[in-house]
Design a binder for this molecule. Structure first.
Ligand SMILES: C[S@@+](CC[C@H](N)C(=O)[O-])C[C@H]1O[C@@H](n2cnc3c(N)ncnc32)[C@H](O)[C@@H]1O
Length: 269
């Protein structure tokens, strides 16, 4: 089958970057994530490997991030077999196929309408997985969320592309709608915004970071959240590598600016 032409712009186009890196990892000698779906899905969408290859140096950290979020998802569903997962900004990620989902659980993938349509075409998703084509920040789809199930909201590679009010709006809606659950997301430091936004590869995709994490502000805005984890992407990189790469990530993790560039957060409510 010929690859499907896609016309993704801005933050939508970044889903090709993470998909490309997961495929690159899966084909490597020592995969961090080993996403066995990424290669087939990538082959089904038109993409420019040369352009995406510019992000290759992020393979380990992007895949370590996905691996940790998979682990947190498995832990959540192990504890709450009747739980519900909101996979916000899911892109073309295969997480609902990678993790074991208990029969009584519910899974909702959310991404912008064009991406949701593409996702439905390139994946043969099982019945238990619903795909909603809407902005995560759009209040209208939240009435499809079961308020009584323990809920895990995952936002991987999403919040940095949203305006600050939209990030806080998503969190407020989660806390208003759902009685209990977990929120897990990655976030970038504020200083990375102007840097990322002038990076050639990023500009070519038309993507732009809009929200940087500020722990004190986040705690003040969302006092109902209790922090479970706050991990640096550099420590995660060190955890999944050995030899020279491990030493390099360990060294990066000692440098405050670099260490804080991207962190993974998990909160319970
Ligand atoms: C870097 S990609 C990450 C995709 C996926 N989570 C992954 O790790 O491969 C960013 C994703 O956020 C989605 N996105 C951007 N703005 C969004 C919004 N307002 N609501 C829902 N999804 C959004 C994009 O369409 C894209 O799929």
């Amino acid at each position: 089958m010929a690859p499907e032409p896609v016309d993704l712009r801005g933050s939508e186009a970044t889903l090709l970057m993470t998909l490309y890196l997961r495929d690159r990892d899966a084909r490597s000698a020592h995969p961090v994530l080993g996403d066995r779906f990424a290669g087939d899905v990538l082959a089904r969408v038109q993409h420019d490997p040369y352009r995406l290859g510019r992000f290759s140096s992020d393979t380990v950290t992007i895949c370590a991030r996905a691996r940790r979020l998979d682990e947190w998802t498995v832990a959540f569903l192990g504890e709450h077999p009747d739980g519900q997962v909101l996979h916000l900004g899911c892109g073309l990620d295969s997480r609902p196929l990678r993790v074991t989902r208990p029969a009584g659980s519910r899974w909702i993938d959310v991404d912008l309408p064009d991406v949701a349509g593409l996702r439905r075409r390139v994946y043969d998703l099982p019945d238990g997985v619903e795909v909603i084509g809407a902005s995560a920040a759009d209040p209208s789809w939240w009435d499809r969320v079961d308020p009584d199930r323990p809920t895990l909201a995952l936002a991987e590679g999403l919040f940095m592309y949203l305006e600050p009010d939209d990030v806080h709006g998503v969190v407020d809606r989660l806390l208003d709608r759902c009685a209990s659950g977990v929120l897990a997301f990655d976030a970038v430091a504020g200083w990375t915004l102007p840097v990322a936004n002038v990076t050639p590869g990023f500009r070519e995709l038309g993507a732009r970071f809009a929200w940087g994490f500020d722990g004190a502000d986040f705690r003040r805005r969302h006092p109902l959240l209790r922090e479970l984890d706050d991990e640096t992407i550099t420590a995660l990189g060190a955890e999944v590598t050995s030899g020279a790469w491990h030493a390099l990530y360990r060294a990066f993790d000692l440098l405050p600016g670099v260490r804080d560039a991207m962190r993974l957060h998990r909160y319970v409510f």
